[in-house]
Design a protein around this ligand. Structure first.
Ligand SMILES: Cc1cc2nc3c(=O)[nH]c(=O)nc-3n(C[C@H](O)[C@H](O)[C@H](O)COP(=O)(O)O)c2cc1C
Length: 249
């Protein structure tokens, strides 16, 4: 199939972690990104999402510091260096690869979430929260009883929220904005509680699951971790039979 603009945007979007701090993102663009997010599908069209737009530097610093500390624990202590080298072997320059590993294990890589100019921070941080009692909300008797029909409400909410997040990151890319989805500051229950309390999120009914930084990229970023092709990730009719398109067999 010929590439069209949508597919080109999807394929060229990259996680941006260094922002041009001389450029703010006007509310008008933030609005467009969130609006596009809201067009994502959701079970029963319940739209179980809320987005908090964070421009307050102190709040960005609070959330960014959690990311830095968790990263030090995760990559600095728990992940062997050889594993990081393996994951980053798509970076051909040894010096760049080593630098990327160093900023990962020191937590420096997540300074950008704090929005500080000296670390090329993003001017805007979006926090996405989803309604854990999602499925069943429209029927009073089922409220909060996800699982009655074998459904999992939290699962539905996370699925819909993830689709909403992807819409936002693609909309941002289409508008010329850089963005980066992040979860490291929300992976641990303690951090979810702390962030919820700080932002007034009525947790655990609503739970923050992901963040998205928004800003203009400092440098163009084209190189990214490689993707597996359909031949590797798709099967025809049955698990294990590779899906190979006509002409490639
Ligand atoms: C659920 C999820 C969680 C992620 N968490 C983080 C994160 O905590 N910090 C970060 O810098 N990037 C995070 N990312 C971004 C990925 O690292 C990035 O998308 C991936 O390495 C592929 O690179 P690309 O987006 O440039 O193609 C996350 C992405 C997803 C979908």
């Amino acid at each position: 199939m010929d590439e069209n603009e949508t597919i080109r945007t999807i394929k060229s979007r990259r996680a941006i972690r260094d922002y041009d701090t001389s450029k703010d993102v006007p509310d008008d663009l933030v609005y467009k990104v969130i609006e596009a997010g809201g067009f994502a599908p959701s079970a029963e069209n319940q739209q179980p999402w809320r987005v908090i737009v964070i421009r307050d530097k102190k709040l960005q610093e609070f959330i960014g510091q959690i990311a830095v500390e968790r990263t030090i624990l995760l990559f600095g202590r728990a992940t062997p260096r050889e594993e990081l080298e393996r994951r980053l072997d798509y970076i051909k320059s040894k010096a760049s690869r080593e630098r990327t590993i160093d900023i990962l294990i020191s937590g420096e890589r997540f300074e950008y979430i704090k929005g500080k100019p000296e670390t090329y921070g993003a001017p805007v941080l979006l926090v996405l929260a989803v309604d854990q009692t999602h499925v069943g909300n429209s029927q009073a008797t089922l409220r909060g009883t996800g699982g009655v029909y074998g459904w999992s409400s939290p699962r539905h909410a996370v699925i819909a929220g993830s689709m909403m997040m992807e819409n936002m990151s693609l909309a941002a890319a289409s508008l010329g904005l850089g963005s980066c989805v992040s979860s490291v500051q929300l992976d641990h229950f303690d951090d979810v509680g702390a962030v919820s309390q700080k932002l007034g999120i009525p947790y655990p009914h609503w739970v923050p699951i992901l963040c998205l930084t928004l800003g203009y990229a400092k440098n163009e970023r084209t190189l990214g971790p490689p993707r597996q092709g359909p031949e590797e990730i798709a099967f025809l009719n049955k698990w294990g039979t590779p899906f190979v398109k006509e002409g490639k067999k």
